[in-house]
Design a protein around this ligand. Structure first.
Ligand code: IPM
Ligand code: MN
Length: 361
């Protein structure tokens, strides 16, 4: 039996709580499909600062590069908001993305029918929403040099090279093929040179994908379309900062940020994390929604370990739990019974194993 090595970086705030449930689900999948997972728990973010005065400690760096996939909770801690940049939890996450060279961040947003009432949009606008944000993750303003502050002046730099744009564009076109074959590339080419290079390069890459339709959209228009006509979007291809903003906006469509998973892929081990953050006010109260982290296990199995059947089992269990009315606080409506983080995890585990029993009968 092959053993998969998974580095588990639960991080800060609600990270450890949701990852504990995600790990239970991963273990249930292992039991059902006879797959062995060797889990290696390591600190990152504020937890790294506490353990080793480093948001990405050396032992974590070594372990992730030797793993088959990395499962991450969330980083962020208000007590470090004013810390120097090298001690900020977010710096650890950015360093981790760079270390693994996971340049392609996939953030799927699909609507679960049972949760339509959770979305702030009217039901007629939500019909058919199923989109995938493909966000460039290792370039742009987050990493550009020069950067820094000098008294009353601060600078960040937006840079992209043709090669960086080509590789992320190819991911988007490939991803569109089994979907509705539409790529909407988002930029600000009416103002920025970087966006002009982006648009030119994406157009050139598109020639190798004649079966996929390409359209270009300015980021302001795309932001509007995400709420006015989200069903018209399929794959949304964009740079790092625009993708950060648009993916939170898109997450609202699904009803709660707590539901959404993400996969960050490069040429080595992938990094898998829910889209939500560390949510300090929710931490330690057993109220956080673990479904984003659990759906992230689905992406880890699918894109990180290439185990599509195991991934399907997780996705089906999440859908079945929602169908059956399992609701954490963030997705509950008046009169619905609210369950905690752990109970939601337990229901998913039960469903993953129950599907296995069905398979035997
Ligand atoms: C995300 C987060 C991160 C980002 C932060 C925590 C650095 O918002 O994954 O979307 O901006 O990439
Ligand atoms: Mn974000």
């Amino acid at each position: 039996m092959k053993t998969y090595r998974i580095a588990v970086l639960s991080g800060d705030g609600i990270g450890p709580e949701v990852i504990a449930q995600a790990v239970r689900v991963l273990e249930a999948v292992g039991e059902r499909f006879a797959i062995r997972f060797a889990l290696d728990a390591l600190p990152v973010g504020a937890a790294g600062v506490r353990a080793a005065n480093n948001p990405l400690p050396p032992e974590t760096r070594v372990a992730v590069t030797r793993s088959d996939a990395v499962l991450l909770g969330a980083v962020g801690d208000p007590s470090l908001d004013t810390a120097p940049r090298e001690l900020k939890p977010e710096t650890g996450l950015l360093a981790l993305r760079k270390l693994l060279n996971v340049y392609a961040n996939l953030r799927p947003v699909a609507l679960h029918p049972a949760l339509a009432a959770c979305s702030p949009l009217k039901p007629n606008r939500l019909r058919g929403v199923d989109l995938l944000v493909v966000r460039e993750l290792t370039g742009g303003l987050y990493y550009g040099e020069p950067r820094g502050r000098n008294g009353t002046r601060a600078v960040n730099t937006l840079t992209y090279t043709t090669a960086e744009i080509e590789r992320i564009a190819r991911v988007a076109f490939e991803a569109a093929r089994p979907r509705r074959r539409l790529v909407t590339s988002v930029d600000k080419a009416n103002v920025l040179e970087v966006s002009q290079l982006w648009r030119e390069t994406v157009t050139a890459v598109a020639r190798a994908f004649p079966d996929v339709r390409l359209e270009h959209s300015y980021v302001d228009t795309a932001a509007m379309r995400l709420v006015s006509d989200p069903a018209s979007l399929d794959v949304v291809l964009t740079e790092n900062m625009f993708g950060d903003i648009l993916s939170d906006e898109a997450a609202v469509l699904a009803g709660s940020l707590g539901l959404l998973p993400s996969a960050s892929l490069g040429d080595g081990p992938g990094l898998f994390e829910p889209v939500h953050g560390s949510a300090p006010p929710l931490a330690g109260r057993d109220v956080a929604n673990p479904l984003g982290a659990i759906a992230t296990v689905g992406l880890l199995l699918r894109h990180g370990l290439h185990l599509p059947e195991a991934a399907d089992a997780v996705d089906q269990a999440v859908a079945a739990a929602l169908e059956a009315g399992a609701r954490t606080e963030d997705i509950a409506h008046a009169g619905e019974q609210i369950i905690g983080t752990k109970e939601m995890g337990a229901r998913i585990v039960e469903l993953v194993l129950a599907e296995a029993l069905e398979g035997l009968s």
